[in-house]
Write a protein that binds this ligand. Sequence first.
Ligand SMILES: [Zn+2]
Length: 148
Amino acid sequence: MSGSLKLTCHACGVTNRIPADRLDAGPKCGTCGARLTDGKVHEMTFREAEKASKVDDLPLLVDFWAPWCGPCRAMAPEFAKAAQSLRGKARLVKVDTQANPDATVRYNIRGIPQLILFDRGREVARLSGARPAGQIEAFLRENVTLPA
Ligand SMILES: [Zn+2]
């Protein structure tokens, strides 16, 4: 892979352009200094997630969840594990549908947890229900081409 990648900062929302070969070096946001690929799950608003899903050059997997949802809470550590092992290849974020009810309408979400995978500006696949980390990773590998 060569050239540059666009990545939205999950801390401040600014879009960064970084050299593709620096992905492994843990690039930082030019505006706020936050790491762009830290392998952690970031909580986002619906608007931030929507922007990132349109702009980012790395696959974005969004976990639509809510605090009252038991299976969502049960899956959180598994989702975090998957984020860690996919570090630098894809980014995993969470959107709280209770705080962002418009997300449910926009993406026509009927039940949670609902995972929606975005790649280069479009939705590519969905996975419903709580899943172990291995299945979340497999789901990504099946549906997008991950950087080596
Ligand atoms: Zn930033």
